[in-house]
Ligand binder design. Structure first.
Ligand SMILES: Nc1ncnc2c1ncn2[C@@H]1O[C@H](COP(=O)(O)OP(=O)(O)OP(=O)(O)O)[C@@H](O)[C@H]1O
Ligand SMILES: CCCC(=O)O
Length: 357
């Protein structure tokens, strides 16, 4: 018997859906949501009906028969910290996704919508490697200020998918290799993966690690603290400076690597300095991860949309190739990773994990 899986990946400006027949992608569709539509909703959960309906309508337009599905898999969101793997959607998870226990993220809707569609067709719903996957060692969690722990929030789904892909390419299992993975997207996360576990990674959502197209990354906290108490900014304004209007946006008013490269091509020296600084910070973070793995690194993997950029990846390769071979997997393969996570459970290769809440 072959299994059919619907994968749902809600992002900040789009919802991606894909149908897989086992490993084979039948189709993938990206439904874009213009800013003026998204802005009508006060919080992520308020978008639930609109996003669910648009998925069902799109599948109908495509002539796809939902009765042929064996499972629905959604990208999981800001749950309480959990270890990696495939999780069956359950009540504690739905409650936490609705409440946004760790905050608002479009992927909070993934599990909720997957569950709604799956229950109509009496099939299981799963989430796979949500952004809160936490495999950090105890020592990595110490921040330097009692009461403030370092937190693992990163592109777990894509990082683990590319780690498995690299392992397969060298005839090994993810559990047998040590890799450093830099996901270079709208947000940037750099993870040290030790034998199948992301034992250290920067929190890509909250002022930690390298800056990214839209996020500030870690910045000098003394200066930030003064800004916070200057009376010049509201809490919301400061949060926006860290996430949304930080990074490339704050310096160059663009979150698009291609636009920045066009500025550089026209001779804009400041654009070059900032873009190179982003590569510099990513390289430094990779160097830090090499120490976490005590120098035993099989490969450094660059992935995410910015990895399409030769300019950026060349700077990084130049700085870190002394550590290990650098492999570039541009873009992301999250839809396949979601489907594969569901498939591993349907085939009995993995037992679904239970979210305790
Ligand atoms: N060929 C390219 N050259 C330079 N930059 C590129 C290229 N293709 C995509 N990018 C940049 O990649 C970034 C988006 O990456 P990606 O699509 O992985 O992000 P996202 O999915 O929006 O966010 P995230 O990866 O954090 O979830 C943008 O800055 C985009 O301009
Ligand atoms: C933190 C991973 C997902 C994102 O960048 O939004």
């Amino acid at each position: 018997m072959s299994f059919n899986i619907l994968a749902i990946n809600p992002g900040s400006t789009s919802t991606k859906i894909a149908v897989f027949e086992e490993e084979k992608e039948v189709f993938e569709i990206t439904i874009r949501h213009p800013n003026e539509v998204i802005e009508q909703y006060a919080c992520i959960f308020d978008q639930y009906d609109f996003r669910k309906q648009i998925i069902i309508d799109t599948l109908k337009e495509k002539g796809f028969d939902l009765n042929t599905l064996n499972a629905v898999v959604g990208r999981g969101g800001l749950l309480k910290p959990i270890k990696g793997g495939t999780y069956a959607v359950n009540e504690p998870m739905l409650n936490d996704l609705k409440k946004g226990v760790l905050g608002e993220h479009a992927s909070n809707l993934g599990g909720i919508i997957a569950n709604e569609i799956a229950s109509q067709y009496h099939i299981p719903a799963f989430i796979v490697d949500p952004v809160v996957v936490d495999e950090m060692t105890d020592v990595a969690k110490v921040s330097g200020m009692a009461g403030v722990d370092r937190i693992s929030i990163f592109h777990a789904l894509n990082q683990k998918a590319v780690a498995r892909r690299y392992a397969k390419s060298i005839g090994k299992q993810y559990q047998d290799i040590n890799v450093i993975i830099a996901h270079l997207g709208g947000g940037i996360s750099v993870g040290a993966h030790l034998k199948g576990k992301a034992v250290d990674v920067n929190n890509a959502l909250d002022g930690d690690g390298p800056f990214s197209p839209e996020r500030s990354g870690g910045i000098p906290i003394g200066t930030l603290t003064k800004m916070c108490f200057s009376g010049e900014y509201t809490l919301e304004e400061i949060k926006k400076k860290i996430k949304g209007k930080g990074g490339l946006v704050s310096y160059l008013n663009s979150n698009d690597g291609r636009e920045v490269e066009a500025m550089i091509a026209k001779g804009d020296e400041n654009a070059k300095r900032i873009y190179e600084a982003m590569a510099y910070q990513v390289s430094k973070e990779i160097g830090a991860c090499a120490t976490v793995l005590k120098g035993e690194v099989d490969a450094i993997i660059l992935t995410g949309g910015l990895s399409y950029s030769k300019m950026l990846t060349n700077w990084i390769v130049d700085a870190v190739q002394f550590i290990a071979e650098v492999v570039v997997y541009p873009g992301e393969d999250e839809m396949r990773a979601l489907a594969q996570g569901g498939l591993r459970v349907l085939k009995g290769e993995e037992t679904p994990q239970i979210y305790e809440g």
